[in-house]
Ligand binder design. Structure first.
Ligand code: FES
Length: 573
């Protein structure tokens, strides 16, 4: 129960006498809320990203009900509110463009309203970082409830997931699959509530919040339709009321050590490359120093423990039944700072030391890992002076050291127009280079970095080539893709100066990406380089293009870094 001696933030609204208090309370009473709810009950905001346009979050009204019941049970006053939802599959040009906008919505909605603590309902890829970023900038007691992955897909006797979408698209190109078969596969792939059922970006984000200590244990992997998902929501509702009592804020949880633990755990599960850009943005909001080099350094001696698609074999459902993230964290305890506190009030070791693994095919041990060191590699070189990211576990091992001729596409439209041209001058050992798909250039840094291979290369039976871009890659995708090249082409990075036929050398073991063109020649090319015109001269796109930071800083808007706290500076009533 709440500590009745504590002055709640919400009492600045509901505790007032006179006209202001009347206004604050009277309109709330329209839904049948009794007088005593306004007296010393912690007000818990349930920040909901439910939307039919975000199919991965379409079950969130039910989830919110469970949170609400937990809040009431613990003596709190639940208030559910919507924020902008980001559906990965439908939003154009890319949901990532709107991550920062949604985070502003979250930040302002929390600060402007009489809430003492917040439960964030997160699911589809960008809904997690945007909500956490926004909440960090207010820094109230906050807990995350993820929506959970879909059940494993079943198609023609085989288990499938959204990762198979990439394979099906290539099979359609080569004629191995008909369109009718593809339509049938679609329903088999997405057959229940929940987000993508592999260790793609959504599951990586759900694991990120658990590994940062922002959710109850087990949150990362419970399938969406499993009743235990509702229990996590219910218990999170109970716990947030206690957190308000304890004044346990996001900044008490999100210490530098928590970020370090999260990077190590992400490495052990083969998490998505998108983890990097989102974690950097979250660190920027809460005020923790974190840079690209930390990801390489901290993940260097961490092996891959989780045998999950797209890097491995199994699905999120299997992961949960095998013990889920708690079993991974238990295994990783010797490599973590275990005294770090979580939203439960307990430390990482207290929380996870008794976790059990039920299937060693899915979750391996540090002594006998699935693969050796495979963490996200951060590359440096004259082609990516501020860095670039590659996920070796999703790449072809033989391509991790490769030298080849550049085949350049200036923009995504150029790529789409020419990639299927039978006269395209391309060989299997060439390197595909795609420019102007970075934060500013596209704008919004879309997931096109694992660009599909030309049909004639696919028909020759080749399934992977080195690909380089300033864009991102879907967490469900795979391939030897160098991503997040920074500075991006649109910001005048050397990527903008690459020409067809230039020789590029990728050396992942030595963490380098080199454009074999002299500095003099690059300077000459720079003199004639012109940035592309802005795509929009008004509205959010315009604001975004003017203020977005480069990928190595998290692609946040420059004026959103840091936090403003929970105090409302002006009071109009
Ligand atoms: Fe929503 Fe994959 S599309 S998680």
């Amino acid at each position: 129960m709440a500590d009745t001696n504590k002055k709640l933030r919400s009492s600045e609204w509901f505790g007032k006498k006179g006209k202001d208090g009347l206004i604050y309370r009277a309109w709330m009473k329209k839904t049948g809320i009794p007088n005593h709810y306004f007296k010393e009950k912690p007000v818990i905001g349930i920040c909901n990203t439910w939307s039919e346009l975000t199919p991965c979050n379409s079950h969130f009204r039910d989830l919110a009900k469970s949170v609400r019941e937990g809040v009431i049970e613990a003596g709190g006053f639940p208030v559910e509110f919507p924020v902008m939802s980001l559906g990965e599959t439908l939003m154009k040009p890319t949901a990532m463009l709107y991550r920062n906008l949604a985070s502003m919505d979250v930040e302002e909605s929390i600060r402007a309203n009489p809430v003492d603590g917040v439960v964030l309902l997160c699911g589809c890829d960008k809904t997690t970082p945007s909500l956490v970023m926004g909440a960090c900038s207010v820094d109230l007691p906050t807990i995350v409830v993820s929506g959970g992955p879909m059940l494993t897909g079943k198609f023609k006797g085989k288990e499938i997931s959204t990762s198979d979408g990439w394979r099906f698209a290539e099979k359609l190109k080569t004629g191995e699959m008909s369109f009718a078969e593809m339509e049938e596969a679609e329903g088999c792939m997405c057959r229940s509530d929940g987000h993508c059922a592999v260790m793609g970006t959504a599951s990586t984000m759900a694991s990120m919040v658990e590994s940062l200590g922002l959710s109850l244990p087990g949150n990362a992997a419970i399938p969406a339709p499993d009743m235990r998902r509702k229990l996590v929501a219910y218990h999170s509702g109970q716990r947030i009321v206690e957190m308000v009592d304890e004044d346990l804020k996001l900044s008490d949880i999100l210490t530098r050590r928590a970020f370090e633990n999260s990077i190590k755990i992400n490495t052990s599960i083969g998490g998505s490359t998108n983890f990097v850009v989102h974690l950097l943005a979250i660190a920027g909001r809460i005020g923790v120093e974190l840079n690209l080099a930390d990801f390489d350094e901290l993940s260097r001696d961490i092996p891959l423990l989780a045998n999950l698609q797209p890097s491995g074999e199994f699905f999120m459902e299997d992961f949960y039944y095998a013990g889920g993230l708690p079993a991974i964290i238990k295994e990783m305890l010797p490599r973590l700072v275990t005294s770090v506190k979580t939203v439960t009030g307990k430390t990482v070791s207290e929380l996870y030391e008794d976790a059990e693994c039920y299937n060693r095919d899915v979750i391996s041990t540090l002594d006998k890992p699935l693969k050796g060191e495979v963490g996200l590699a951060i590359l440096k070189g004259n082609l990516c002076e501020e860095g670039a990211v590659i996920k070796p576990s999703a790449a072809s091992p033989e391509l991790l050291t490769h030298k080849g001729r550049a085949v350049v596409f200036e923009q995504i439209e150029d790529y789409k127009e020419r990639i299927s041209d039978p006269d395209l001058d391309i060989k299997e050992d060439d390197i595909l280079v795609l420019k102007n798909v970075g934060p500013k250039g596209y704008p919004g840094m879309p997931e096109v970095g694992n660009m599909g291979l030309p049909q004639k290369i696919l028909e020759a039976g080749v399934t992977d080539m080195v690909r380089i871009s300033d864009g991102r890659m879907s967490g469900t995708a795979f391939g030897t893709a160098v991503l997040h090249v920074s500075p991006e082409a649109a910001d005048g990075g050397n990527l903008a100066l690459v020409q067809n036929g230039d020789i590029i050398e990728l050396d992942v073991p030595n963490r380098t990406l080199t454009l074999h063109v002299s500095d003099e020649e690059l300077e000459k090319r720079r003199e004639s380089w012109k940035p592309l015109p802005m795509h929009m001269d008004r509205g959010y796109w315009h604001l975004y293009q003017k203020h977005v930071q480069q990928a190595h800083l998290g692609a946040d808007l420059d004026f959103l870094r840091g936090k403003s706290g929970s105090t409302v500076k002006r009071d109009s009533h």
